[in-house]
Design a protein around this ligand. Structure first.
Ligand SMILES: Nc1nc2c(c(=O)[nH]1)N[C@H]1C(S)=C(S)[C@@H](COP(=O)(O)O)O[C@H]1N2
Ligand SMILES: [Mo]
Length: 338
């Protein structure tokens, strides 16, 4: 039997599942896909897909760990190593960072220190499990960065630029994702410096509407009737808080910690609950209808026990289907669906 050791707070997806996260489509562009390596290199170069496929191919089996808490082990990719492309271009001594940019609507990007990129064995992949990389997973071309959360692996990569100074990537800048992203050290978020007076004021007023309060510490707080409509609450800590009747309509609760919270009658319509933790929370009368992308949301764990759920808890059957297997069976039992 294989003993599976996962990084802290990660969970395995069901066998054969490969969730799609973030953008789902490449952006428009010329019919011939090309990859350009430029910036601080002696010979900036551009390759077509055919040219890349003619270079020596390397296979890599990696464990995927998404920051929203799902993991997929032993995924096999093949392509060319970043090191070989950089060798061909002659990296200049001033280069210390690598920026990877996608052909996508928002020009998605991420970056790595050059030394890490080389040490980790970054791959520019054209195939997955022996077949061409599926478009929704970054085909025809994506980077694969082993030993980092998967947001460091860019789908539809079209430009690799060598830089003297770092340039923060899309998620790192927009969502506050940690720039080092080591799953074993649980480097998910860089908590922003929240102004203390603002925090005290909004906690007292119980009004978070529309505010960016990422990584807020509200554990054990009495926030009965909280208005958190449209608030950004990624990674926020609400453990054992009282949130009876709280309104989280349209809020971003990605990776929020709600273990043991009293959420009776709380509203989560249109909220993003990816990676949110509800173990041991009281969810009677809570409304989850229309909550989005709740893929790795958890309601039960060995340490915290299960959330309190009954017939008054409203959840879309389709949303339950997206959850991890143990979570699904727990919910189905509580809701008497099976
Ligand atoms: N171009 C692009 N690359 C991206 C993203 C994105 O939104 N756009 N999301 C990142 C994140 S957060 C993850 S977890 C992985 C998801 O890859 P997958 O959809 O193949 O699972 O892609 C990463 N690379
Ligand atoms: Mo991710």
């Amino acid at each position: 039997m294989r003993v599976v050791v996962l990084p802290p707070n990660q969970q395995l997806v069901a066998e054969g599942k490969f969730p799609i996260v973030g953008e789902r489509l490449a952006g428009p562009g010329p019919e011939t896909w090309t990859l350009t390596v430029d910036g601080l290199v002696r010979d900036p170069s551009t390759w077509t897909l055919a040219e890349l496929r003619a270079l020596p191919q390397t296979a890599q089996t990696v464990d995927i760990h998404c920051v929203t808490r799902w993991s997929k082990l032993d995924a096999s990719f093949a392509g060319v190593t970043l090191a070989s492309l950089l060798d061909a271009c002659g990296v200049l001594p001033q280069a210390r960072f690598v920026s990877f940019a996608a052909r996508s609507a928002r020009e998605h990007s991420t970056s790595l220190p050059l030394a890490d990129a080389l040490r980790l064995g970054v791959l520019v992949a054209t195939s997955f499990e022996g077949k061409p990389l599926p478009a929704e997973h970054g085909g025809p071309l994506r980077t694969i960065v082993p030993h980092r959360y998967f947001y460091k692996s860019v789908k539809w990569v079209q430009r690799i630029e060598l830089l003297a100074e770092d340039r923060l990537g899309f998620w790192e800048a927009e969502a506050g994702y940690h720039n080092n992203a080591d799953p074993w050290r649980e480097e998910r978020y860089l908590a922003p410096e929240l102004d203390r007076r603002t925090v005290r004021r909004v906690l007292q007023a119980r009004d978070f509407a529309g505010l960016d309060l990422r990584s807020l510490d509200a554990h054990l707080r009495d926030l009965t009737g909280l208005n958190a409509r449209g608030a950004t609450l990624r990674d926020a800590d609400f453990q054992r808080a009282v949130l009876v009747g709280a309104d989280f309509t349209g809020a971003n609760l990605t990776n929020a910690h709600l273990q043991g919270a009293d959420l009776r009658g709380a509203i989560f319509t249109g909220a993003d609950l990816d990676g949110a933790q509800f173990e041991g929370a009281d969810l009677r009368g809570a409304d989850f209808t229309g909550a989005v992308s709740s893929f790795a949301t958890t309601f039960v764990s060995a340490t915290e026990g299960g959330a309190r759920i009954d017939a008054t808890t409203r959840i879309d059957p389709a949303a339950v289907e997206g959850l991890l297997p143990e979570q699904q069976s727990y919910l189905r039992r509580q809701l008497s669906w099976s």
